[in-house]
Design a protein around this ligand. Structure first.
Ligand code: CP
Length: 309
């Protein structure tokens, strides 16, 4: 039963609960008209203290497509955070206006603070370099749709594994599925945080390797999950400039990959996937962004406890 719950970390949902969200997303994709009014009279608040295109707009599209309505803010500057209001006070106010809230914040743990002070469900739309659980729902629904299951594959995760919150959430979530091999491809400075390596990968006895060269493993991968170097998390511009083009997926590299490998990316993309790849049938990242809206429709329904009439 997901009604009334918060989603702050991907592990907040069991594998069975995730599957129930994915099954509902499947049904919505199949028969969207049947869900067009299920959230009539409900309000979603999007409280975004950091920039976003996909997460905020897919949440808003999701609620509107379910027949509900949306309100919110898209930057800290346009909210009373600019006057010094705390996340706690903002959340206690929003809870009087809306039925459910999606929040993005640059500070790790801010959506959790909101959830602890909220009588309405709070969904973490990304907190600093920490977690991004609804991107993970998007990623899992995409993998499940492309491969038919969430087990038995080798995934290469490439780019900024240190600051990339989508990477942290994805590894956590995938750690509960069988027979997945992780190949983690990054510069030395952008390797996964110790807590992901030690508490998730090693503690669960998962198969993984950490390497620097994408070319060395292209032919092994069933899924390549590319990520952008997270400019906004760097303390030093010179380090960002030095590392930003560490990986560029182009036709030459794709020629080394399996014919059925899928390329995923949470987006936004900067330089790490050449636009010449967009027409390759293995490029799944824009399809992935669309799945993000459907899975958020399913999640909103589950957390509000609404059902198709
Ligand atoms: N994937 C993702 O979180 O994109 P936005 O930053 O555009 O929301």
């Amino acid at each position: 039963m997901l009604k009334g719950r918060h989603l702050i970390d991907p592990m907040d949902l069991t594998v069975e609960e995730l599957e129930s969200v994915f099954k509902l997303a499947d049904e919505i994709i199949e028969n969207p008209a049947e869900y067009a009014d299920v959230c009539k009279g409900k309000l979603l608040s999007t409280c975004f203290y950091e920039p976003s295109t996909r997460t905020r707009l897919s949440f808003e599209a999701a609620m509107l497509r379910l027949g509900g309505q949306v309100l919110g803010f898209s930057s800290a500057e346009s909210s009373s955070a600019a006057k010094g209001e705390s996340v706690r006070d903002t959340m206690m106010t929003i809870a009087s206006y809306a039925d459910i809230c999606a929040m993005r914040h640059p500070k790790e743990g801010a959506p959790k603070v909101a959830a602890l002070n909220s009588p309405i469900p709070v969904i973490n739309g990304g907190d600093g370099g920490h977690q991004h659980p609804t991107q993970t729902l998007t990623d899992l629904l995409t993998i499940r749709a492309l491969r038919g299951k969430l087990t038995d594959f080798t995934i290469g995760i490439c780019g900024d594994l240190k600051f990339g919150r989508t990477v942290h959430s994805l590894i956590k979530a995938l750690s509960r599925y069988d027979n997945i091999k992780f190949i983690l491809i990054s510069p030395e400075e952008l390797k996964i945080p110790d807590y992901i390596r030690e508490e998730i990968l090693m503690k669960n006895g998962l198969e993984f390797q950490e390497i620097e060269r994408l070319e060395d493993v292209m032919n092994e991968l069933d899924i390549l999950y590319m990520t952008r170097v997270q400019k906004e998390r760097f303390f030093n511009e010179a380090d960002y400039v030095r590392l930003k083009d560490s990986y560029i997926l182009d036709k030459d590299k794709m020629s080394m990959a399996k014919q059925d490998m899928a390329v995923l990316h949470p987006l936004p993309r900067v330089n790490e996937i050449s636009v010449e790849i967009d027409n390759d049938p293995r490029a799944a990242y824009f399809k992935q962004a669309k799945y993000g809206m459907y899975v958020r429709m399913a999640l909103i329904m589950k957390l509000l406890g609404v059902e198709k009439c």
